[in-house]
Write a protein that binds this ligand. Structure first.
Ligand code: PFF
Length: 445
């Protein structure tokens, strides 16, 4: 349970509650969700199993895992890409995670349930305030650091066992609350009635990209967590459990957000990145306008949920890098973790400031924050994903993969050929298309 909760904690993050509803809102609801689920099944799960195979077999962080499996070969670049991208993502992830902390705090002080609040100005003033933004990110990083230094059993596993059930409970409470909202029917039909006219190739590739990001694959996190799995952990059923939890949370977040959005006249579902931080506080307030206490509780619980999701993901990103520094540089865990926290926070400072004083620092028209997001999510991640699929599908010995997937023959072999087929053919072609789209978008073609 601890291992599954930890891996599910890695997968369930801002991507599920912030990015997924935003993409669903922009791309026409249920049709997008359908493609998303297909991407999880055909691409995400096979790659997750591949990562589990590598991690559990080598019992090492991602870089050393590739050194062991392909000594002296260039394949080890996948390991460097995985750990490198985990470090980059951590550096900007803590910025948005800091926002969640500030919004949870502001909900409880009542600032967000003040009817006279201008939520757009509230958000813009906050992200442009370097000290407040930095303070939130530093506090968030400190919390992550304190969990990581306690180690895998006492830190990560214990926390995941508490935080994940808490997170699921809050989602349950919020979903039940949305049933009292006037926009419930419109929200549900938006989520369940597919509008295929909105599906373009670009939307399909966005759905695949989101599935990839949401499952946390190809970033060293799941490989590192799998290195702590026991010999009797079933890899395919663990991947299925993690993906089911992750997908359920994403869809349930839609069930929390859209009924609320459709309850307020004049608010659109396609509000983009501002949906969670600018539109929702307004929506929560309006939906429960006649019972201010409910608006206060709903908003508070929602941002605590976002914060918990961000925390469990940040822990996994931090652990992927820390495990490498600890095992490879042979440093004590505390020292390794401190190096990672300080280095990532230093880069995080630039990401924080890119919403205010450094907003004019741009490359390809992107601020530092956006650049890190685009380079890691649209370029390095898909590239790492393709290589990972090819490595497990074509390079690794079939016998080794079969042994890991079947736990030395103790688990049924039926899914083995399906996983191999998806890893050899479907995943590489699909992810390569995502990569090409990412590069073309970045250079503005
Ligand atoms: N899967 C996380 C989310 O959906 O927010 C983000 C993430 C966590 C990405 C860990 C990558 C990772 F290694």
């Amino acid at each position: 349970m601890g291992a599954i909760f930890a891996a599910a904690g890695s997968a369930v993050g801002l991507g599920n509650i912030w990015r997924f509803p935003m993409l669903v809102g922009d791309n026409g609801g249920a049709a997008f969700i359908l493609i998303y689920i297909l991407s999880i099944l055909l691409i995400g799960i096979p790659i997750m199993v591949g990562e589990f195979v590598i991690g559990r077999h080598t019992q090492s962080n991602m870089i050393d895992a590739f050194r062991q499996l392909a000594p002296g070969k260039w394949w080890r670049i996948i390991g460097f890409m995985g750990i490198g991208v985990a470090f980059l993502i951590l550096s900007y992830y803590i910025v948005v995670s800091g926002w969640t902390l500030y919004y949870a705090y502001s909900s409880f002080t009542g600032a967000l349930s003040d009817p006279s609040c201008d939520y757009e100005a509230f958000f813009n003033n906050y992200v442009a305030n370097p000290w407040l933004c930095l303070l939130s990110a530093v506090i968030f990083m400190l919390l992550t650091h304190l969990i990581i230094i306690r180690g895998v059993r006492d830190g990560i596993e214990k926390c995941s066992k508490v935080l994940m059930p808490m997170l699921l409970l809050i989602i349950g409470i919020l979903v039940v609350c949305t049933f009292s909202m006037p926009g419930i029917h419109k929200g549900i039909s938006f989520l369940l009635k597919p509008d295929f006219s909105k599906l373009t190739i670009s939307v399909v590739l966005d759905a695949m990209g989101q599935a990839f990001y949401s499952l946390s694959v190809a970033m060293g996190c799941l490989c590192t967590y799998a290195s702590y799995f026991g010999r009797n952990t079933r890899l395919v059923s663990s991947a299925l459990s993690v993906s089911s939890i992750d997908t359920s949370v994403a869809i349930l977040s839609g069930f929390i957000i859209f009924p609320a959005v459709f309850s307020v006249p004049g608010v659109e579902a396609n509000a983009g990145p501002g949906l969670v931080f600018q539109t929702l506080p307004y929506v929560f307030n309006m939906s429960f306008g006649n019972v201010p206490f409910l608006a206060y509780i709903f908003s508070g619980l929602f941002y605590v949920l976002l914060f918990l999701a961000a925390l469990t993901s940040a822990i996994s990103l931090h652990e992927a890098v820390t495990a490498y520094v600890h095992e490879n540089w042979k440093l004590p865990r505390k020292k390794a973790s401190t190096i990672v926290s300080v280095a990532s926070m230093s880069l995080g400072v630039f990401c924080c400031l890119s919403f205010g004083v450094l907003s004019h620092w741009t490359v390809f028209g992107l601020t530092i924050f956006d650049l890190l997001d685009v380079v890691s999510s649209n370029i390095i991640l898909p590239l790492g994903g393709v290589l990972l699929a090819l490595f497990v599908g074509w390079y690794l010995s079939k016998a080794l993969v079969r042994r890991e997937i079947t736990n030395d023959g103790q688990v049924s072999q039926r899914v083995f050929p399906i996983i191999m087929f998806l890893l050899r053919w479907v995943a590489p072609i699909a992810i390569l298309s995502m990569f090409v789209k990412g590069v073309m978008e970045m250079i503005g073609v």
